[in-house]
Design a protein around this ligand. Structure first.
Ligand SMILES: Nc1nc2c(c(=O)[nH]1)N[C@H]1C(S)=C(S)[C@@H](COP(=O)(O)O)O[C@H]1N2
Ligand SMILES: [Mo]
Length: 560
């Protein structure tokens, strides 16, 4: 076509309010942009931490902020279903804000985008002020808001382009508006067509561009948003399953912790690590969600008889409770990738005994539901140590991120060769036939935990005063036991620390040495000796391929 590509005629804007279409479509643009915001936030939240979803966080905030009288009133009006009421109110509020942003963006760009930004900022505050939140929780809302702003600006611009083109057609074809340009060359093409509702090809293109973007964005948001929500509610469903479970009582309870196992030193690592403080290491982008009722463990491979175990059977077998310190091979000297918990589970050797491994087998490849694997020496799982198929952690069912419903815990081996979470298969095999996940990635096939000690207090770069300063920490030598911990200052003579009582050879042990600190800057080092007589060496060895070595050292400033 000829002159249709020029700028909008002056009458274009004025003629628009006559139709309710533009208003409607700018509202739809606002709603679609809001959907894009929520959907992308939901997807990012799913990958990061399901609870960081702005929908959840803002909903919880609204519930927290609702004054008691309003809560009572809603209960009075809506019965006990006031959560549904509040949710409806939140959805309505979001819809109103979305429509407002769409209309604002069309009238006074970028005012609509600014409104969306403000709402996003408020949502970020709502998310990061949740009790359990970490700063990372801001990310889904920020990403969502950015996606929403881009969608709003682009769709709104396309809507404007289409409306301008349409208004131009309208002006040209309106009989009472014999504008000068209607006599121009453009009329030649439209004269023969229907006079009132003519659509120029450029207008049709603008229309297609707008609706294409609108439908595409809406469809994308719907698919991603629904998928993420379904995944999120799968987490919620398994969380509910977990919360409804009561763990069976242990057949063999753990002996009570000796009175002298916890030292009274401020800042020392607590003897038992709370579940929420327990380090987490895995390759799972999305924590596997397994309903306990659906869980199965298969024992396969080089066995006389393959067997299968389900949750009911496992939890009715004799269960044993035991404290075990779990250790990551990536725990560097002085690192914190370690935790000590009370595990409840059934001995793995009993399960293996039922399947009867063949003589040529020397390894068990444990397989997680998400495909991750660990290769454990068969004999380690058959000896007398407390290697468990664990279902309980510190008196609760395993938290989802620590392997719900069933994981392995093997004293004496680093996690990467033993502690398979979400375990679904024990494949009895040979080291020359299979490899655990990390072995072809530069880590040793075998991973016994190395004897090590860590200084907890004073912390690195701490300032203390002259006089008696407790130097304290933990030491471990799983399966062997700690015999001695020594401390030295500035490379001087070694001083023997006082050891707390041990829970068992499978847990870390606290220690303390009273230092008569003199003013100045000092370097404190510690080393452990285990019950086999082995003493830690000074030479630093990095974590790969089979665990760090070296003395943990802290530098402190003594004032006075
Ligand atoms: N399914 C699965 N299990 C796994 C891992 C993993 O990546 N996937 N990582 C292992 C590693 S390297 C360690 S150190 C421990 C950590 O257990 P935690 O997260 O409960 O502390 O889990 C082990 N079990
Ligand atoms: Mo690990």
């Amino acid at each position: 076509m000829t002159s249709t590509g020029t700028t909008a005629p002056p009458g274009a804007r004025a003629s628009m309010p006559r139709s309710r279409g533009p208003l409607l479509w700018s509202a739809v643009v606002g709603l679609v942009a809001a959907a894009a915001t929520l959907a992308s936030a939901e997807v990012v939240a799913l990958l990061l931490a399901p609870a960081s979803s702005p929908v959840l966080a803002v909903g919880s905030l609204v519930i927290d902020l609702t004054p008691p009288w309003l809560k009572d009133a809603t209960i009075a009006v809506f019965g006990t279903d006031n959560k549904a009421f509040l949710l409806t109110m939140v959805i309505l509020l979001v819809a109103i804000l979305a429509i407002a942003s769409g209309m604002l963006e069309r009238r006074r760009p970028p005012a609509g985008a600014a409104l969306l930004g403000v709402v996003g900022a408020v949502a970020v505050v709502a998310v990061v002020t949740r009790a359990e939140a970490s700063p990372l929780w801001a990310v889904p809302t920020i990403v969502g808001t950015l996606v929403g702003v881009v969608a709003l600006r682009r769709l709104s611009a396309r809507l404007a382009a289409w409306l301008v083109a349409r208004a131009r057609d309208h002006d040209r074809s309106a009989p009472d508006r014999a504008a000068p340009e209607s006599t121009g060359p453009a009329r030649i093409g439209t004269d023969s067509a229907a006079p009132a509702r003519t659509t120029e090809p450029a207008t049709a293109l603008a229309r297609r561009t707008f609706f294409g973007g609108l439908v595409g964005t809406a469809a994308g948001a719907a698919i991603a948003g629904i998928a993420a929500r379904v995944a999120n509610s799968a987490t919620a469903a398994v969380t509910a399953v977990r919360e409804a479970l009561t763990l069976p009582a242990p057949t063999i309870a753990a002996a009570p912790i000796p009175a002298g196992a916890s030292l009274d030193v401020a800042g020392i690592t607590p003897l038992v690590t709370a579940n929420r403080d327990f380090y987490r290491i895995d390759t799972a982008l999305q924590v596997p969600r397994i309903d306990a009722a659906q869980w199965r463990l298969r024992v396969t491979g080089l066995v006389e008889e393959e067997i299968e175990l389900d949750w009911d059977e496992l939890s009715s077998l004799p269960l044993q409770e035991t404290y075990v310190t779990l250790m990551c091979v990536s725990n560097d000297v002085g690192g914190d990738l370690t935790g000590n918990a009370l595990w409840l589970g059934h001995p793995i050797r009993e399960v293996l005994a039922r399947a009867r491994p063949l003589p040529e087998a020397d390894m068990v490849l444990s397989v997680s539901q998400d495909g991750w694997t660990a290769g454990t020496p068969l004999q380690v799982l058959q000896d007398e140590r407390d290697a468990l198929l664990a279902i309980g952690m510190n008196g609760e069912p395993l938290p989802l991120e620590h392997g719900f419903p069933v994981r392995m815990v093997v004293p004496g081996l680093y996690g990467y060769v033993s502690a398979t979470k979400w375990v679904v298969e024990l494949r009895v095999t040979r080291f020359d036939q299979e490899q655990g996940y990390w072995t072809p990635r530069g880590w040793s096939a075998l991973g016994p935990v190395k004897t090590h000690s860590r200084i907890d207090v004073p912390r690195e770069r701490a300032r203390v005063s002259t006089g008696t300063v407790p130097v304290a920490g933990i030491a471990w030598a799983q399966q062997t036991g700690i015999e001695r911990v020594e401390v030295r200052v500035d490379g001087g003579a070694w001083n023997e620390a006082r050891l707390a009582e041990a829970i068992s050879v499978d847990t870390w042990r606290q220690w303390v040495w009273m230092w008569e600190a003199t003013s100045g800057t000092h370097v404190i080092e510690a080393r452990a000796t285990d019950a086999s007589g082995f003493t830690q060496r000074a030479q630093y060895v990095p974590v790969a391929p089979d665990g760090a070595e070296g003395y943990h050292a802290v530098t402190v400033q003594v004032d006075g």
